[in-house]
Ligand binder design. Structure first.
Ligand code: ATP
Ligand code: MG
Length: 304
């Protein structure tokens, strides 16, 4: 659990649990009887319907988004269980957060965002254009937007305080922060998990361009996956059908939000004023995209 105070969110009061932290999307609780966050063995992690874009938490919520994120994470944890353990204890949570909440092991989180990139875009592309490398990993010359990277590369970032941007760092910087042995371990795991997930998504018509994992350790030192995994919020999913290197790919989830904010809303993204609330149509289309991602990946009907 981050030491900083986090967002002043609308996290609901839940019987038996004390609210201790809110990030942009998730609310964390500890058992009522736990003395403090550090000594709690378990946490209740609730994915809200909040949505962020351009580092702003928007005023509008996307109905069912929290359920999609939690349902997808659970499905992926299951797919990955032969490769790596995870923090999930149970999904038996208070009624008010049913489907959105998980009881998890309180991990000691590594202070690194473990990113794998199999395609070049976003901050990876910006880094490549400036330096020819991404996070110190040299790449061949002449790559274009959305080109595939084979093999996928490990491009870690620091975990920023709320309101700050995550910052790409080199493998050496990660080694200095968490030690060479742990750094090598999370690097290898990040790539292995990415490759497995990329193959699964591909079979289902979705390109997993990049994704971010957060690892933590159990009291006995075992490394496991925490947070959310392979959701539209932690990953870039592209439609395999429309994929073409050399141009920007439509993102699966937030495209309507970003498009509306930057073209139709009149909001200036470089200003420091908060973006306006989303029109109902943008909310509904965005909800449909989140649900579609869930259904395409899992092959299951979204339980609503
Ligand atoms: P951002 O909005 O940039 O994602 P954030 O990561 O702080 O900020 P959330 O993802 O909304 O916010 O909140 C989840 C928080 O819980 C993260 O700080 C994450 O590292 C932490 N976390 C996730 N799983 C565990 C766990 N099992 N034990 C302890 N902390 C965890
Ligand atoms: Mg997060």
């Amino acid at each position: 659990i981050p030491a900083s105070a986090g967002l002043d969110s609308s996290a609901p009061a839940l019987p038996g649990w004390t609210h201790v932290y809110s990030g942009k999307v998730r609310d964390l609780y500890i058992p009522e009887e736990a003395a403090d966050a550090a000594s709690a063995e378990q946490l209740l992690m609730v994915a809200s319907d909040r949505i962020s874009a351009y580092d702003w938490v928007l005023d509008s919520e996307i109905p069912d988004k929290g359920k999609v994120l939690t349902g997808l994470s659970l499905w992926w944890f299951d797919q990955l269980s032969e490769v790596i353990g995870n923090h999930v204890i149970s999904s038996d949570v208070p009624e008010a957060v049913a489907g959105r909440g998980l009881i998890v092991k309180n991990l000691s989180m590594l202070p690194v965002e473990c990113v794998a990139r199999g395609y070049l875009t976003g901050s990876g592309m910006a880094d490549y254009k400036a330096t020819g490398s991404v996070c110190g990993v040299p790449l061949p010359a002449g790559l274009v937007e959305a080109d595939r990277l084979e093999p996928a590369i490990f491009t870690p970032a620091t975990k920023a305080e709320l309101g700050d941007h995550d910052e790409n760092v080199s493998f050496e910087q990660v080694s200095e922060t968490i030690g060479a042995e742990a750094a090598e371990k999370v690097r290898d795991l990040t790539i292995e998990i990415y490759q497995r997930a990329e193959a699964i998504a591909r079979e289902r018509g979705i390109i997993l361009a990049d994704t971010k994992f957060e690892f933590g350790t159990l009291p006995d030192g075992t490394l496991v996956l925490g947070d959310e995994v392979l959701t539209p919020d932690s990953s870039r999913f592209w439609d395999a059908e429309g994929y073409e290197a050399g141009k920007a790919q439509a993102s699966f989830d937030k495209q309507f939000v970003r498009d509306w904010l930057t073209t139709e809303s009149g909001w200036d993204k470089s200003s420091d004023t908060a973006p306006p609330a989303l029109p109902a149509e943008v909310v509904e289309k965005t909800r449909a995209r989140y649900v579609e991602a869930f259904e395409k990946l899992t092959g299951q009907k979204f339980p609503g």
